[in-house]
Structure formats: C-alpha cells, structure tokens
Write a protein that binds this ligand. Structure first.
Ligand code: ZN
Length: 478
C-alpha cells in the first residue's frame, strides 16, 4: 500500500442472496462483473446480515451496532421512518473526521446512518428504453441507471487531494418485489421461451415438518403481502420468478461493470479498495417463499461480501469463518488507518483475515441476527444464533425454536430443535443466545409482541393461504 490514504469504493446490491452468485455455487447465474470482483479479491464464505430487511440492516452496518442499539428495528412503525440518534458515530462521520470526502450515490434508506456522506440524495428515476415485457422493470431498475451515471461521472471527475470513500448503492435485484406485485394473483404471464432455473431442492417441506416451525414462520404468508401472493402459484410461475430474479441481478451486474470500467480509468485505481456486498437476500423460493421477510433462512440472511485492493491477500480467495456486516465499518476504518479503539463497535476489523494473517481462526465464535417487524402491523420478535456448524433461532411467540445442521442440511428443511439427539446442541445454543442478550444489553426477552390470532387460522403451509395478508388488511381498514 502507498503512503497516500487509500480510496474506498463500496458497491451495494439490495436483496442479493449469496447463493444467487456463481462464486457461492449458483450454476444458473451469469454475473460477469460481480464474478470479476470475486476473482480479483477475497470473499467471506459465511457472511451474514444482522437483520434481513433494508432499513435496520443498513443502520446497523453503517454504525457497527445491532439494531436494538441503533433503535432502528423495522422499516418504520406504521410507515413512519425512524431516525438514528445524532450522537451515534457512522462510517461517514468517522471518515470525514479522518480527512476523507464521503459520497453516497443511489439508494439511501438509512434512517440517518449515512450521516457524513455528501450527495446522499434520493436519485430520480430515469426513462429507460430497454424494458422487457417478460421481466418488466420499475423505479428500482430505472434509478440504478441514474445511480451508475452519477458514480461514473464522479469517478471520471474527482481530482481533489483528499481521498474518497464512495458508495454506489444499487437497488437491484430488489425490483423482483415489484415484479411479484405486477404478477400477483392469477394474472397471466406473457409467453417466455428463455432459459429458466431449476426448482430449488428445498421448494417443498412436508406438513409435519412445517408444523414443527415457529408460528411466525408457519404464518409468514399472513404477515407478508408478497408471500401471500405466491400461495397459489404453479411450479412454472416459481421458475419464472427465479428467472426474473436472475434477470434483475444481470441488470445490476451490467451497471457494476460500467462502474468498474470508470474506476480502472483513474490514475489512482491501484490505490483503491473495492468492497461489494448486499444488505440482505431474497427467499429464492426455498420452502415456497418469495422476496424478503421474518425468517432467518440462509436465502435471506447469507450475503456476499468481498474485498479487493492493495494489501488484500489472494485472488479468487474464499475465506472460512463467521463474519457479519457489523464487521464492515471497523474493517474499512482499520484499512484506512483510522484508530478504532475508541468506538463502541459490535463488529471487528477483518483486515488480519484479508491480509492472510489469521486464516485458521474464525473472526467470531457466533453471529447474531435480529427480527422485530417489517412495518409494525404485526410484531414477531426473533433472534438467530449462527455457530460454525449450526443455526439456532428463537421467536418470542410460544418460544418457537429452530435448529439446523448447516453442514448436513444447508437447505434448512429438517428442524432438529425437538429431537432428543440434538438436546445438548440445542441447550448450548440457548446458552449462547442468553449470553449474547446479556453482553449486548439486548432487551429481546422482554420485547413487546403482537401477532393477531386472526392471522393464525389456516392449515399450515403457505399454499393454503387465501386472501389478504395482515399489512394489506390494516392499510385497507384504517
Ligand atoms: Zn397465511
């Protein structure tokens, strides 16, 4: 690394599951540019977001604090967006204090956690001519085009002495949420003879297994509009959903390619760290689930995380060990030579792992994830503990629990929580949860919750859901 402070370019995709990418084993995806980032750098194989929803996830990783600490625990109570307390240091405030210029282009949805970044304005959408009738685009895709133009302009023109930290914050593949909306109910799909992905191995879960899940998981269709919409879909529509999801990934991949080209044209490209990750994933039709929500399954909570630049050891390197997006801000500070000892970060710097100094050790013993509510129409708090081999979840409603052996059951189709032979492992994970709650002052076990019985009425299985989901119901009856 040179003596001049490095620039940092952060590229974010919204709702991109790790397993949707070739670098994480996906055989269908075509992502030339994201793959190029993977090939040039070092990625973490097991990186988790700390909350599978935009606003809480973003406020958490821009501050390295858990959602209960940022107090941003939903996308807004009854649609009012919460705001981060001004006293909480953010990546932007820390870097500007250290002499950086900080810029955000594109999606914010930050509850104030982008404090310190300039240009942090919502990008207007632009008209695009290349709409496809089969995979119609909406504002998400159109805004991404504008975001990319702003980032490319910035990279072509930034000539100041100060180093920069810039965020290219893309929406896609988030447009899948609008695609699902467009195709809700029985609407006919236009003819399509293109390639479609295979159905996921974990598409179906038998009824006995399904009844063995915590109630918020069993009745997620009742809490979430888009999940309710896919109840009556056919397998063909599921395939089309996945094809559309991958198409939106290709669209963001194309924009990322143009950003990388612009970066390469800069003289200081060799002194720039590039980071790529996603705020959370998509259900990708595992267990007949679509878009994002309540659960801690890997599709929604396991995200890509890759770094490349001077000082990062290895090309196309896949690092083992547990990391979460809480580690992002401390890692970037450490990389830029900013002393992190005075900050109350919950994550830690991953730089020793990225430099190849600590490869045989996991950065963390366990990771914790949180859930509270999407828009506070229904409140179903839950916590997840991920250890090297297992995933444990707990929901306050009826003390619902799950335990998955992630090595033998990566699709999370067999809940082991009630099984005699997993008793000691279950107890061990309950203890880790209690320890985490104590260490982080998480008020989880005393959190208010509210799950209306009227949304616990149909036979188990998402395919048995009919009619509205709770949020649509409350909006309609207000
Ligand atoms: Zn339902």
């Amino acid at each position: 690394m040179s003596n001049i402070k490095p620039n940092i370019l952060i590229i974010i995709s919204d709702q991109l599951s790790a397993q949707a990418l070739p670098a994480y084993g996906n055989k269908f995806a075509v992502t030339h540019n994201i793959s190029q980032i993977m090939e040039m750098g070092a990625r973490f194989k097991t990186a988790y977001t700390n909350y599978p929803l935009c606003l809480p996830a973003r406020a958490s990783f821009w501050t390295s604090r858990y959602p209960h600490q940022t107090k941003i625990i939903s996308n807004g109570g009854s649609l009012t967006e919460p705001v981060l307390d001004e006293s909480v240091p953010t990546l932007g405030s820390i870097f500007t204090e250290a002499g950086y210029r900080a810029f955000n282009f594109g999606k914010k949805h930050d509850a104030g956690s982008l404090r310190g970044f300039e240009c942090a304005v919502n990008v207007p959408d632009m008209e695009m001519e290349d709409n496809e009738p089969v995979f119609p685009i909406s504002v998400d895709t159109r805004r991404d085009r504008n975001t990319r133009k702003l980032v490319v302009d910035f990279l072509k023109n930034y000539k100041e002495d100060k180093p920069y930290v810039a965020i290219a914050s893309f929406n896609n593949p988030h447009d899948i949420c609008n695609w699902t909306g467009v195709f809700q109910g029985d609407r006919e799909l236009p003819p399509f003879d293109g390639k479609v992905p295979d159905l996921p191995d974990n598409l179906y879960i038998d009824n006995k297994e399904f009844k063995n899940r915590p109630l918020p998981v069993q009745y997620m269709c009742c809490a979430h509009n888009r999940q309710a919409q896919i109840a009556e879909w056919s397998e063909d529509k599921i395939r089309r959903y996945l094809a559309a999801y991958h198409r939106f990934i290709e669209r963001v991949d194309e924009e990322i390619g143009l950003v990388l080209n612009a970066l390469r044209s800069r003289k200081d490209a060799g002194n720039t760290l590039v980071v790529f990750f996603a705020d959370h994933g998509d259900s990708m039709c595992g267990r007949w689930m679509a878009t994002k929500h309540t659960t801690f399954y890997d599709e929604t909570i396991h995200v890509p995380l890759v770094f490349y630049g001077p000082g990062i050891e290895g090309r196309n390197k896949s690092l083992n060990g547990l990391v979460s997006l809480l580690d992002l801000t401390p890692t970037l500070c450490d990389y830029a030579g900013i002393d992190i000892s005075g900050y109350e970060f919950e994550g830690k710097s991953l730089l020793p792992w990225l430099k190849g100094e600590k490869e045989n050790e996991s950065p963390h013993e366990y990771l914790a994830g949180q859930w509270y509510s999407e828009y506070c129409f229904t409140i179903e708090p839950g916590r997840m503990i991920r250890t090297a081999r297992y995933k444990y979840t707990h929901y306050l409603e009826e003390n619902g629990e799950e335990l998955y052996d992630m090595e033998n059951d990566p699709g999370e189709v067999r809940n082991r929580a009630g099984r005699e032979e997993f008793k000691s492992i279950l107890e061990e994970h309950r203890k880790i949860l209690r320890g985490y709650v104590e260490n982080t002052n998480d008020p989880y076990f005393n959190t208010f919750w509210k799950a209306d019985n009227m949304w616990r009425s149909h036979k188990p299985g998402y395919r048995n859901h009919r009619g509205l989901a709770v949020s649509a119901y409350y909006r309609k009856n207000k």
